[in-house]
Ligand binder design. Structure first.
Ligand SMILES: [Zn+2]
Length: 318
């Protein structure tokens, strides 16, 4: 990572050492989309770390994680710079939806286009004005509507810098994952900026226990890359998952989960029931193999093909 010394400049603003500030950034020419960029420039030199949340506007845990983390930082004893954009998609945030203007998925629009759609313009501005000036990116998400995720990091471990970055996060599980096309994570990686996604909980609400876990994980990261003096943690608790995927519904009906996030299940274990109240039938969902439950649908009506459980296969440490 590069080392920032003295004043830090971003968005035509000089931020003196040992200070913090908030800058408004207009993200696009269409629709007047703007957002707040919060910056802490530490007294001492160090890397420039970017934190983003709510690219999907209804994913609230990350907003609160960043707020609590930033509040707890003393710029006088901090090394380097944090550039935080806690509510990237303010339109979705205000309308309680994942999307921009009801249809556009911002996290499938990177690296963006200054003359493109609204989402592409927002992605372009965020990437060129903010992300490209940072040494690493942590993008915080939650499960999409009707789903929840075990707190986890999604990382392309084939990139050494990503692997090093992910090893700094306390006990959060690591899932090998190639970035989705058009995601901030993909665009950052293609530009040589280490990037990973922290997935934590579900959308629409704020989950205080998971928020605290996310804050502690980021505090551990700050210590591991020597931006703060947090003592190192024992990395043996960090589980790494490869392979896996979705277990999808073969029936329609009311899904009632029996397995919980983090459960380690064996082939044939009963994970859930799908009840058809019209035919008075109960269908049992079984685990197809030995795996860990990393994501789960809420108990709700499901159709054929609906993703019920996202599972992973743990890599056993050698
Ligand atoms: Zn998301």
């Amino acid at each position: 990572m590069t080392i920032n010394v003295g004043s830090f400049e971003l968005l035509n603003t000089h931020i003196r050492p040992a200070t913090r500030c908030t800058i408004q950034l207009d993200l696009g020419k269409i629709g007047g989309h703007s957002t707040s960029v919060e910056i802490i420039n530490g007294r001492n030199p160090g890397p420039v770390l970017c934190l983003t949340a709510a690219l999907h506007g209804d994913e609230l845990n990350g907003i609160e994680i960043i707020r609590q983390l930033m509040q707890g930082i003393d710029p006088e004893i901090f090394c380097g710079v944090i550039v935080a954009v806690p509510v990237v998609n303010q339109d979705g945030y205000h309308h309680k939806t994942r999307y921009v203007d009801g249809v556009g998925d911002l996290n499938r629009s990177f690296p963006g286009d200054q003359n493109g759609t609204c989402c592409q313009q927002m992605a372009y501005t965020l990437f060129t004005e903010v992300i490209s000036h940072c040494d690493a990116v942590i993008d915080v998400h939650t499960g999409s509507s009707g789903r929840e995720n075990l707190p986890q990091l999604r990382v392309d471990l084939s990139i050494k810098q990503n692997e090093v970055l992910s090893s700094g996060f306390s006990r959060l599980s690591i899932i090998q994952s190639n970035p989705p096309r058009g995601s901030l994570r993909e665009a950052s990686s293609l530009s040589g900026i280490p990037a990973l996604v922290m997935e934590i909980g579900g959308s629409q609400g704020v989950e205080p226990e998971k928020v605290l876990l996310g804050v502690e994980a980021l505090q551990a990261l700050l210590g591991s890359i020597e931006m703060t003096a947090v003592p190192p943690f024992d990395p043996e608790f960090q589980r790494v998952y490869y392979g896996g995927g979705w277990i999808r519904s073969e029936r329609e009906g009311i899904f009632i989960a029996k397995a919980c996030l983090g459960d380690v299940v064996q082939a044939g274990d009963i994970l859930a029931e799908i009840i058809d109240p019209l035919l008075s039938t109960t269908y049992r969902v079984e685990a197809p193999l030995h795996c860990t439950i990393l994501g789960r649908s809420h108990n709700q009506y499901v159709g054929q093909g609906t993703g019920l459980f996202r599972v992973g296969i743990e890599r056993v440490p050698i």
